[in-house]
Write a protein that binds this ligand. Structure first.
Ligand SMILES: Cc1cc2nc3c(=O)[nH]c(=O)nc-3n(C[C@H](O)[C@H](O)[C@H](O)COP(=O)(O)O)c2cc1C
Length: 196
């Protein structure tokens, strides 16, 4: 299975070039609600798993994006790197790793629908715990006071974006370069030049 792709090499290079610019860790995540209306907001990039094509993000279970993701977990994340003048648009689906209790308490959608978007496997919960423990004290406190470092707050959600398509645009040097990468049915990355 060909997991690695040229876009990942470019992406790592862009991350490294912006390492000292905190604002370069922000990306825009777009979701749609039940009426098909789009919603876009800024999130902090929390890591990337190259072998699995997964991007990690954090959010609060009480936020509106969570109810949107429960119904429609297809998303696009858009990220602009100012120094290298590159834009990445990551598409795929989001898996939400929430508190086990909060998953079983959700009654608004069917269980089969829920299992497509949420996960409470021990492995997923371990990953959520690691992310929780890597947060600063101040950030942990933003989910709820008197937090326990050994147990993620019930509102803390780890979002895993499973990337299946990357639309890459480089504005400099001229001429512009745009390449669309997508994961085919055999899980190999394919690349195609695109205009404009
Ligand atoms: C610079 C910046 C970083 C942010 N990072 C996050 C984040 O990592 N996770 C998050 O849920 N919200 C983050 N927010 C807040 C979101 O943009 C948004 O206001 C909030 O998540 C509620 O969105 P929703 O109502 O669409 O769910 C950030 C906002 C800004 C301006």
């Amino acid at each position: 299975m060909e997991h690695h792709s040229l876009w990942q090499t470019i992406f790592y290079r862009s991350l490294a070039a912006h390492e000292k610019i905190p604002a370069s860790r922000y990306l825009q995540l777009a979701t749609v609600d039940n009426h098909g209306h789009p919603h876009c907001r800024t999130l902090v990039f929390r890591g990337f798993n190259q072998d699995k094509n997964q991007m990690y993000l954090h959010t609060d279970n009480r936020s509106e994006k969570m109810s949107q993701l429960e119904r429609h977990n297809s998303v696009e994340a858009c990220w602009y790197f100012s120094e290298t003048r590159e834009q990445f648009r990551f598409s795929g689906h989001v898996e939400s790793i929430s508190d086990k209790k909060s998953i079983s308490h959700k009654k608004s959608i069917s269980q089969s629908e829920q299992s497509k978007t949420t996960s409470c496997s021990p492995e997923a919960q371990r990953l959520r715990l690691t992310h929780w423990q890597n947060l600063s004290d101040a950030l942990r406190e933003s989910y709820g006071q008197n937090y326990d470092i050994a147990k993620p707050d019930e509102n803390f959600v780890l979002l895993i974006l499973h990337i299946t398509r990357v639309d890459y645009l480089r504005l400099a040097p001229l001429p512009h370069l745009r390449v669309i990468y997508h994961l085919d049915a055999s899980e190999n990355w394919q690349a195609k030049s695109a205009l404009p």
